[in-house]
Design a protein around this ligand. Structure first.
Ligand code: ZN
Length: 496
């Protein structure tokens, strides 16, 4: 066991790339054995696109990797159901309110509908749900209190349309994104002209404004507005800005400093930068220890966005005949910090490889083998190689190479291979030890069709022969009023 001691000491250290320091750092939870993890969730005004889903899959690989170290993970994810404006510059409309008006639904109905759709999508992709989902509209009081604290500390100020954060009062503002504050100030006269003290200042609370009129002054009872989602506050009726919700909810649910906070790279310059400013200005404590960001999924090297006309959802892919886990497989082919260019061809190739991998596992007899508690040293060695790749800032492509290598290693006995694949799949989430129900091979499908025909022709002997052939190949066939249902059992039946 000389190799494993050395290897285990290597795998003891998980390294993660921290956007804050721009370095890979050895990671350990701040306190005890529990990692606190906050991941920015969706704004529920539409279906999420597969580019958004790439970020959630990366976060899932991260969470499963943390669990594989033997730690517990307290994972919180927010649902933005109010306050996310169409423009980061705090102009524009609330995305949820605007979409609700367009679809003739109430804002509440709309956000409930897309929250469900999101939960469905992530389940399809084997993304483990967070321990706590929190909705921005359930934490209005926490957000109001946080803004009051910021006001007391002298870092918030009032404008005609809301309460703003004064970024010049927070000396390390922009550190996460390495923002050039002087350059920004020189280049942005418009925002300052609108009344903001600094171009980077952002809204904490927006006042509801009836179209074409000004909001009521502070303290006056609320104006008649066209908004559905609005609440009374010390500043007048209104609604929270987008950034404040993540600060308020993460601090309400997790102790500071939070171990890891994640999102897409597009969150670095504004959303996460502002979360840090609000949280640290209010508490005087470090908000988050490690910031992690997933790179974009691009299409023809461009960004995926509704405005670009290349907005693909998971159900679009399913309608085209793709299995959601083929998409998850595709995401294992690139490191999370590298852009991944999506095309139907790349997804087809991923689906092909994924099926090939599951077929190889089936051919090796994985689905009908029992696992072992005492894996062979060869299997353990492969597990260490896999962990070393994962622990190097989630190098999933390298870890997948170890998976493929292991499947081909005939020197690994079957129960040990089953153990190994199960361990790896706890992190990969690709259902590698489950028989594939979806992909029925072409030759089996043809046999099923021929059997159906034989039954229609009342050729019972022929139909029985075909049933035996199908079962012998490891498939079960059940007849129902809507036709034959075929499932893969992995167990050849020799009923002949
Ligand atoms: Zn957030």
């Amino acid at each position: 066991m000389i190799y494993s001691r050395r290897q285990e000491s290597i795998t003891m250290s998980l390294k993660l790339y921290n956007t804050l320091t721009r370095k890979k750092e050895v990671f350990r939870p701040h306190k005890g054995n529990t990692v606190t993890l906050y991941t920015c969730g969706p704004t529920v005004y539409n279906f999420v696109h597969i580019g958004n889903l790439r970020t959630y899959v990366f976060e899932d690989f991260l969470k499963r990797t943390l669990l594989a170290q033997g730690w517990r993970v307290t994972h919180v994810m927010n649902i933005t159901d109010v306050g996310h404006l169409t423009d980061d510059a705090d102009d524009g409309e609330d995305k949820v309110e605007r979409a609700a008006a367009k679809q003739q639904m109430s804002a509440w109905q709309l956000s409930a509908f897309y929250t469900k759709a999101f939960e469905h999508d992530i389940a399809q992709l084997n993304i483990t749900p967070p321990m706590v989902w929190c909705k921005a509209t359930d934490y209005i009081q926490e957000q109001v209190k946080l803004i009051q604290t910021l006001e007391k500390k002298g870092v918030a100020y009032r404008l005609e349309d809301g309460i703003y954060f004064d970024t010049s009062q927070f000396p390390s503002y922009g550190r996460l994104a390495r923002l050039d504050m002087k350059g920004l100030k020189a280049g942005a006269r418009i925002e300052v002209a609108q009344g903001k003290r600094n171009p980077t200042d952002f809204a904490l609370w927006k006042l509801s404004t009836p179209q074409g009129t000004h909001p009521e002054p502070i303290g006056k009872s609320h104006p008649k507005t066209k908004r559905q989602m609005e609440w009374p506050s010390p500043w007048g009726v209104g609604f929270p800005g987008w950034h404040i919700e993540c600060s308020a909810m993460s601090m309400a649910l997790l102790k500071l400093p939070i171990d890891i906070h994640c999102g897409g790279i597009d969150h670095i310059p504004v959303h996460h930068t502002n979360e840090i400013a609000q949280s640290e200005a209010a508490t005087g404590k470090q908000f988050v220890r490690v910031w992690m960001h997933g790179a974009f999924l691009t299409i023809k090297k461009g960004k995926m966005a509704k405005s670009e006309g290349n907005f693909l959802t998971l159900s679009t892919l399913q309608d085209q005949g793709f299995d959601p886990l083929s998409y998850r497989y595709l995401l294992t082919t690139a490191h999370y910090r590298k852009a991944l260019d999506f095309s139907n061809q790349s997804l087809e190739a991923a689906q092909e490889s994924y099926r090939h991998l599951k077929n190889s596992l089936r051919q090796r007899g994985i689905f009908k083998t029992k696992t072992t508690k005492r894996p062979s040293s060869k299997a353990k060695k492969q597990w260490m190689a896999f962990l070393n790749a994962i622990n190097d800032d989630l190098n999933i492509p390298e870890a997948m190479a170890v998976v493929w290598q292991s499947v081909r290693m005939t020197a690994i006995d079957l129960p040990s291979l089953k153990w190994l694949i199960e361990e790896m799949d706890h992190i990969l989430g690709l259902d590698l030890t489950k028989p594939d129900h979806e992909a029925i091979p072409e030759d089996i499908q043809q046999m099923v069709a021929r059997r159906e025909q034989a039954r229609r022709d009342k050729q019972w002997t022929r139909a029985d022969e075909l049933r035996r052939l199908i079962e012998h190949s490891g498939y079960r066939i059940e007849d129902s009023s809507t036709g034959a249902r075929v499932t893969f059992t992995g167990r050849p039946h020799s009923t002949a």
